[in-house]
Design a protein around this ligand. Structure first.
Ligand SMILES: NC(=O)c1ccc[n+]([C@@H]2O[C@H](COP(=O)([O-])OP(=O)(O)OC[C@H]3O[C@@H](n4cnc5c(N)ncnc54)[C@H](OP(=O)(O)O)[C@@H]3O)[C@@H](O)[C@H]2O)c1
Length: 401
């Protein structure tokens, strides 16, 4: 599904090591945690009920203007649309962001504040629970009602996946619970149904922890949103095909299919999950409108829109298996290549596995069983990219997803 060039397999992992001084208008100065909050600190392994105080009325009875939603991963491809959607619905939104955000830390604090306008931006590190708690305490919030987590490793590397898709998500859950959050909306991925990759295992482990917390904590609920492919993952060949190059696909182009969903539509679905009691304590696979499309059909659509004769380059999937085999062998000798092998496996996964609901009865992917939501179609997206290019649709650090 994702456009993978083999050159990316060996690209070193970029780092965000040199951060500029912290902007003066936001400070990390340690403040004393409020005693009322301190008494509610707990850990994820705590099996006893979280709070001894009588249950409060559900946040769902309050209007959005009195409902505080904490968004982690607010600067991501989906997260920024979630912030936009929630603020436009009138929620009081707190966005957590790094001092340098975006792919490879391209955005400074000013750009981040602009990107997340309408929300209160809390600059902090989701990888450090103590720092996150302090930064949230500095906002002097009376409470948080709901946490929406759109965090994800930007690389899909092994350590980074566990640090972000698992541990930083746990930190966000704990920080939100400490301030009273009684609902947690998680942006996960449909591919965790068939977990073969490290980031999928990390996500699944977090999903399990979240579900366990809901079982053990009366009044606490979750919605786990598992979307199909995003538009950005399918637009990578629009410009090359427009320039006269062939559309590259694996096998016969029918190895997999997906029901792509736009950022706006997915953000709207996630915002529905904030208040909608029908979506609580559920795993929610979700795709965009229309039928599932294979890479062959996506390519045909693109040639039709460009008014060009179809010109496909069919790559045997065995080529990827060979490259992954070599990288796996080398990674045993040179552990630094472990992530390169993992990126190869991610590319291989998206080239052959459908982003559709896996029917437990048949073991097959099912377009019919994959719910559709929203109005934006891949055709409209391709038309826009043909006109305006891929700005805003950039892939992550390894250009895989
Ligand atoms: N691509 C697809 O087709 C697809 C399909 C279905 C599901 N999904 C899933 O959707 C989710 C979100 O995807 P996305 O494309 O919106 O992700 P994204 O654009 O890569 O955004 C990731 C977010 O996590 C934050 N983050 C990453 N590493 C961090 C770190 N070390 N410290 C603090 N924050 C960090 C980023 O902050 P910074 O801006 O500071 O880096 C950003 O806000 C993922 O779980 C993905 O698996 C993707």
């Amino acid at each position: 599904m994702a456009t993978l060039s083999f050159s990316i397999l060996l690209r070193p992992h970029s780092s965000l090591s040199s951060l500029p001084p912290f902007p003066p208008f936001f400070s990390f100065s340690p403040s004393r945690p409020k005693s009322s909050l301190k008494s509610r600190i707990f850990t994820i392994s705590n099996s006893s009920p979280i709070s001894t105080s009588p249950p409060l009325p559900s946040f769902r009875s309050k209007p959005p203007s009195q409902t505080t939603v904490l968004v982690a991963g607010a600067t991501g491809y989906i997260g920024k649309f979630v912030v936009r959607e929630l603020t436009s619905r009138g929620f009081n939104v707190i966005s957590i962001a790094r001092r340098r955000s975006g792919t490879r830390g391209l955005n400074g604090a000013d750009q981040t504040l602009k990107l997340l306008s309408g929300s209160t931006v809390c600059f902090s590190e989701v990888t450090d629970l103590a720092a996150l708690n302090l930064a949230l305490d500095d906002l002097s919030l009376s409470s948080i009602d709901v946490v929406v987590c759109c965090l994800a490793s930007r690389s899909g590397g092994i350590k980074d996946s566990w640090a972000i898709d698992y541990q930083a998500s746990i930190n966000t859950l704990l920080a939100g619970r400490r301030l009273g959050a009684s609902h947690f909306v998680l942006l996960s991925a449909i591919c965790v149904q068939k977990p073969l990759l490290e980031f999928q295992r990390a996500k699944l482990k977090f999903e399990a922890e979240l579900q366990r917390m809901a079982m053990e904590s009366p009044g606490f609920t979750y919605s786990i949103v598992r979307p199909t492919a995003f538009f950005k993952s399918l637009g990578g060949q629009v410009e090359t095909v427009k320039d006269g190059k062939p559309y590259v696909m694996f096998g016969d182009g029918k190895l997999c299919a997906c029901k792509p969903i736009s950022e706006e539509d997915l953000a709207s679905f996630i915002a529905d999950c904030v208040m909608d009691a029908d979506k609580a304590c559920k795993i929610l696979p979700i795709g965009g409108p229309g039928q599932a499309l294979t890479p062959l059909e996506q390519g045909e659509l693109l040639f039709r829109l460009l008014g060009k004769e179809p010109n496909f380059l069919k790559v045997p999937i065995g080529v990827m298996d060979f490259v992954i085999g070599v990288l796996e062998f080398l990674s045993k000798l040179f552990p630094a290549l472990e992530d390169a092998a993992e990126y190869g496996k991610i590319g291989r996964y998206y080239a052959a596995e459908s982003m559709l609901v896996l029917d437990p009865e048949t073991g097959d992917y099912s377009s019919e069983k994959t719910p559709s939501y929203g109005k934006d179609t891949l055709e409209e997206f391709f038309e826009r990219v043909i006109r305006e290019g891929m700005a805003g649709q950039e892939l992550g650090e390894q250009t895989i997803f």
